[in-house]
Design a binder for this molecule. Structure first.
Ligand SMILES: Nc1nc2c(ncn2[C@@H]2O[C@H](COP(=O)(O)OP(=O)(O)OP(=O)(O)O)[C@@H](O)[C@H]2O)c(=O)[nH]1
Ligand SMILES: [Mg+2]
Length: 306
């Protein structure tokens, strides 16, 4: 299922068609149907149209080459690796609306880091639901990492504060904090998350090293609208697109990077701890045109940190 729709349609469009107006109209349609946003699509296709007219392109392969380069240019960002502090613990806050995949993604990250020999402590700062805290605890036990928790309804900032103190005392390398995707109606989610940010800064002497926003890749353009609110309020440092295994489209990857101006750090490709891959723009674009789907774990770099 992964991205097959987009891969197939790009394959079709570039197999020996003549480059004319209709060709570009069709390319536009394919991109939009693959969840590439309107602005990004128009920017890409208008650029190609102009060059094609100016330089007299006839061959769709030439267009393909330029399109590939343009996609890589959108996707490649200097800050695509996980930021690691030279002064442990590195603190990662994980945010996003409910159900996008935050808790599962935290388990995956913890699993990767632990596999690389890092000491990880999880902070159950989604105190909205007892079940949410328990879910994180089950993962912590399964993966074999520590957890700091308080009871349901307690102050999420206090949980993160405790976790950072505990991390210092225990020589922990990474604190990863789960946060709520929604709150009791009277409280404002963004204000609550900002407060967690302030508490982190107070406990750590610097802002959180990463504020990672988890988006559900299957929700298409809604994900972008949501993400803008988080980005504007919280100083998000990177994106994780979860549930990439559940979409045949994949254009969302381009849209979020282009419209939010943030790097994608990882893709979630399933529900198991090992289902997290590094986002590698060149390999991703290559696979969009050539298949097989670019989400195989084998293609992922082994180490998060180099
Ligand atoms: N197929 C697939 N399912 C995923 C992926 N990531 C998460 N899920 C599933 O999505 C559902 C929600 O995941 P959670 O991790 O609980 O999401 P959350 O953001 O923590 O949700 P709340 O705590 O309710 O805000 C679960 O059933 C997960 O197994 C993924 O990459 N692929
Ligand atoms: Mg959760």
């Amino acid at each position: 299922m992964m991205l097959r729709g987009l891969v197939r349609r790009l394959g079709e469009i570039f197999s020996g068609r003549t480059v004319d107006d209709e060709f570009f109209d069709y390319l536009e349609e394919v991109l939009i149907q693959a969840d590439v946003g309107l602005d990004t699509t128009l920017k890409l296709v208008e650029g190609l149209r102009e060059r094609a007219a100016r330089e007299g392109w006839r061959d769709s392969e030439v267009v393909e080459g330029y399109l590939r380069d343009a996609l890589v240019e959108i996707l490649e960002r200097p800050e695509a690796r996980l930021r690691v502090s030279s002064e442990p613990p590195t603190v990662i806050l994980v945010v996003g609306v409910n159900g996008t995949g935050k808790t599962t993604t935290i388990a995956k990250l913890a699993y990767r880091l632990k596999g690389e020999g890092r000491k990880v402590l999880l902070a159950a700062a989604d105190t909205f639901r007892a079940a949410g805290i328990d879910q994180l605890e089950v993962w912590a036990q399964r993966i074999g990492v520590g957890l700091v928790r308080q009871q349901e309804g307690s102050d999420p900032g206090a949980v993160v504060f405790d976790a950072i103190q505990a991390a210092r005392a225990r020589g922990v390398d990474f604190v990863i904090a789960d946060t709520a995707g929604r709150l009791h109606t009277k409280r404002n989610l963004m204000e609550e998350l900002k407060k967690i940010g302030r508490v982190t800064e107070r406990a750590l002497g610097r802002p959180a090293d990463e504020v990672l926003l988890v988006l559900d890749a299957t929700t298409g353009h809604n994900a972008v609208t949501q993400a803008k609110q988080f980005r504007d309020a919280l100083g998000v440092t990177g994106l994780i697109l979860a549930k990439m295994d559940g979409t045949a489209k994949g254009g969302i990857v381009l849209t979020v990077v282009d419209e939010l101006n943030l790097p994608i750090k990882f893709l979630g490709v399933g529900e198991k701890p090992r289902d997290l891959v590094d986002f590698q723009p060149r390999a991703f674009v290559q696979a969009l045109f050539e298949g097989p789907p670019p989400l195989d774990r084998e293609g992922s770099k082994k180490d998060l940190i180099r």
